[in-house]
Write a protein that binds this ligand. Structure first.
Ligand code: SAH
Ligand code: SF4
Ligand code: F3S
Length: 458
């Protein structure tokens, strides 16, 4: 039995790609190991979204080099977005690498490994096949996907925000056929998945390109909601420009569509939004959320924020703090702007000094902590519904999971009765960060949770 060690940087798409490579390699006789030293094959699935992600990758490879030197039979591959971005340059920088692949070659991983074995030569395999449909053929699952499973519905991005490498590293948008998606979801549910998270850099663009019989994103939501056994439905990431009124209606209509939305805003200032090429104003963003909140009053909202984009003045930054406060996000991913090779913003002077970026980042983090604490208070002494993901690592708590609004949950009790994949009711006693903590609720106390419809209304 051969062993593969897999390491992943970056977003959920990369996590999903790593899982796919693990599955394909399983069918070619590889088992995953957590020990680099035991591996016959080491794959690092890389990210190049910010400079830091690249640096982490290079320092990891620095540690892998001695393993390769000691064992020339070890195969060392670099996959993912940095591979697509830098290709040959990576082989020059790290000549001990056996191959470099891009995100579009994930399904060819077994072929790449065979090629190294057969030829003993290193190679770069990147690029995009424009004509090829986006399909992920079904493979038997050797183990349960777990209670919560990601499903890629669209790949690539056509938005070309000026700061972002993704359109270059993942190529043009292409959607997967709905029938294939429904098939994959049925397969996942048969193997124990309860929650389905539809995945893509811009899920709201689903259906625009690459389908024989195009359907829009909201129709896909209704389709997935009808599949028996899907207990919760989420999607990420959304782009404000493609988020339709019909999708807002889907929130109202589909009971299993959770009341959470991750809607990146990046900045609260119109000039910055324009320079980022987000193609919407902050007023339009606000109106969209207003409409959504009027349909789904208890929706929780999260976002992505960039501070220190070229030209960001103190006043422009204040607009970002303002929108955060106005919306009251439950959580945010906050980043200091990092110039990226090949992107339009890289042509602009990186005008905000590092110290200012750091300071602004600290301010957004501090504000978000306050907002999270405020939102969290509203849950105290309430009953919430939690999908159990597994054992909790928090001392004194038995299980962890999430509520529909995507708050983490740590639960006391139920050791004898609960297992991963169950949905239980907990009573929130206290809140730490973005986690709700408390005991299992007694049946009689479960009245805060409205009864659930089982079928989607259309
Ligand atoms: N498709 C998603 C997210 C893409 S990448 C979207 O459109 O929102 C995830 C996040 O990384 C982005 O939302 C952005 O906040 C951040 N990001 C991307 N490029 C960046 C850069 N050059 N510097 C800093 N943050 C960046
Ligand atoms: Fe990047 Fe913008 Fe596409 Fe998101 S929508 S992946 S930020 S280009
Ligand atoms: Fe990184 Fe590529 Fe995702 S650059 S964030 S792994 S799409």
């Amino acid at each position: 039995m051969k062993q593969v060690y897999l390491d992943t940087f970056g977003c959920q798409m990369n996590v999903a790609d790593t899982d796919r490579m693990e599955l394909i390699l399983f069918h070619s006789g590889y088992r995953r190991t957590q020990e680099k030293e035991d591996a016959d094959l080491i794959l690092v699935n890389t990210c190049s979204i910010r400079e830091k992600a690249e640096q982490k990758t290079f320092s990891l490879f620095g540690g892998l080099k001695p393993l390769k030197m000691a064992n020339p039979d070890l195969i060392l591959g670099l996959t993912g977005c940095l591979g697509q971005q830098d290709g040959e340059k990576l082989l020059q920088r790290m000549p001990y690498l056996d191959f470099v692949m891009g995100p579009d070659q994930v399904d060819g991983i077994a072929e790449a490994v065979d090629r190294v074995r057969d030829t003993g030569k290193s190679f770069v395999w990147t690029g995009f096949d424009k004509e090829k449909a986006y399909t992920i053929p079904e493979l038997a699952l050797p183990k349960s996907p777990g209670p919560s499973a990601f499903v890629n519905i669209i790949k690539g991005c056509d938005k070309f925000c000026t700061f972002c490498v993704v359109p270059f590293t993942r190529g043009r948008e292409k959607s997967r056929e709905p029938e294939e998606l429904y098939g994959e979801i049925r397969h996942l549910v048969d193997h124990g998945a309860k929650e389905i998270i539809l995945l893509g850099q811009n899920v709201n663009s689903y259906g625009k390109r690459g389908l024989k019989n195009p359907i829009p994103f909201h129709e896909l939501l209704y389709g997935v909601a009808k599949i028996p056994g899907v207990e919760r439905l989420r999607f990420t990431t959304s782009h404000p420009n493609d988020f339709t009124r019909e999708t807002i209606r889907a929130y109202r209509d589909i009971d299993i569509l959770v009341n959470h939305l991750h809607l990146p805003v990046q900045s609260g200032n119109n000039e910055m939004l324009q320079a980022m090429r987000r193609d919407h104003t902050i007023e339009e963003y606000r109106d969209l959320l207003f409409e959504l909140k009027s349909e789904v009053p208890d929706i929780s909202l999260s976002t992505d924020i960039i501070v220190g984009f070229p030209g960001e003045s103190d006043a422009a930054f204040d607009d970002t703090l303002k929108i955060m406060q106005e919306v009251g996000y439950s959580s945010s991913f906050m980043f200091a702007y990092s110039p990226r090779p090949g992107t339009p913003a890289n042509e602009l002077p990186d005008s905000v000094p590092l110290e200012t970026k750091k300071h602004r980042l600290q301010e957004t983090i501090a504000l978000q902590s306050r907002l999270t604490a405020e939102q969290g208070k509203a849950f105290i002494r309430k009953n919430v519904e939690v999908l159990i993901e597994g054992r909790s690592s928090k001392p004194g708590y038995a299980f962890k999971g999430r509520n529909p609004q995507y708050w983490g949950a740590n639960i006391q009790g139920g050791e004898e009765t609960i297992k991963a994949g169950d949905t239980v009711t907990m009573q929130v006693e206290n809140v730490s960060g973005h986690s709700l903590n408390g005991p299992l609720a007694r049946e009689a106390d479960s009245k805060d949770i409205p009864p659930r419809k089982t079928v989607a209304r259309q």
